[in-house]
Design a protein around this ligand. Sequence first.
Ligand code: ACO
Length: 430
Amino acid sequence: MSAKTGSFTFGDKTIELPVKTGTIGPSVVDIGKLYAQAGMFTFDPGYTSTASCESEITYIDGDKGVLLYRGYPIEQIAERGDFLETCYLLLYGELPSAAQKKDFDHRITRHTMVHEQLASFLHGLRRDSHPMAVLVASVGALSAFYHDSTDISDRNQRMTASFRLIGKMPTLAAMAYKYSIGQPFVYPKNDLDYSSNFLRMCYAVPCEEFRINPVFARALDRIFILHADHEQNASTSTVRLAGSSGANPFACIAAGVACLWGPAHGGANEAALKMLMEIGTVENIPKFIARAKDKNDPFRLMGFGHRVYKNYDPRAKIMQRTCHEVLNELGDKDNPLLEVAIGLEKIALSDEYFIEKKLYPNVDFYSGITLRAMGFPVSMFTALFAVARTAGWIAQWKEMIEDPGQKIGRPRQLYTGPARRDYVPIERRA
Ligand code: ACO
């Protein structure tokens, strides 16, 4: 990172502020001393122009539709890598050697089981609990079970907590699912790869042999890779903010899960699928396109548009291919939802409104159809996203903790409430 300065004039005052430049992407103005020098704060409530941290993990160029994990394009990782390799890359910064990969896979799989009392903990929740409610509760509860990995000042404990979270998240998500449908929990099987093990924990029952479909396992692994990290999105920023106070990693990741649950973030694939079902047939597409363009109609094309991508989301292309692979495997090439999705995408991409506003399909556009075809209920979609994003959350949390310049996150505000006034006794109030 190189540094320059820039001068900024506020009224009659000119001040010098450092300008920092990263490897690629926009430079930043370091406003850390702005208040001391100019007596003013900056105002950017949705953080649209604010870099909240320095990071070496993930890079997005929204205009060009580029996503890099530690410099590697997402297309190459999704095509040639696997999810645990992606976790290693995000955590350590480099692709593992064969020996490092073997060791890492072993470490993660040694942490797939959860304390048996967590099952009793889950039994205290209502059967109809949303899987995300169960995940928020159970991930937070990990800090009550694994005291030997909550000391954030100890590097070994930080690594153990990281392995535990990556290893246990699928087990907890599968338990949430099994609990909601009244089936017994299925213990992890450590000779299976990460995604096959997750499919088995979700779909196996004790009374039958379970056969893993390798096409589904590969598709799920790719979905996990695509969702593993996305720089400083809302849930990742939540994890960093929670962690900045020194909270333990399990509590921080539980905060990330809670943030991800919102429909504007992790819940969008569910909304996209519901919209495709509502459109129903290709003939109805023009009606919905017209609604999306109507300023007086709140309807939006779900799975379209992105705060950062003003080009085709690179993940959406891979997701579309994965969707075809899963439907082909099921012999469901003519799936009506896929027909609607393809038709909608084609019309929207050639429509002036969408071109001008740079609205392209995002990763959620095809992921709902794919997950549904693989048998996951809509309520599990965000839980699957949480399993994948745990890799990014933990890598970002670790990077923050290990940053010597790290401080507690404490934004300021533009106060618009009443100015100072005196207390009025109740009998004198109007
Ligand atoms: N359909 C129709 N019009 C849209 C859409 C859409 N999906 N998205 C944005 N627009 C229009 C807006 O009406 C606005 O029009 P205007 O300039 O005439 O007022 C313009 O495009 C800009 O929209 P903003 O909401 O200001 O853009 P922003 O970058 O803040 O929003 C967002 C991005 C929230 C993702 C938005 O595109 C959207 O609501 N999309 C649908 C929901 C969705 O798919 N979310 C998933 C995001 S991916 C993820 O989080 C994993």
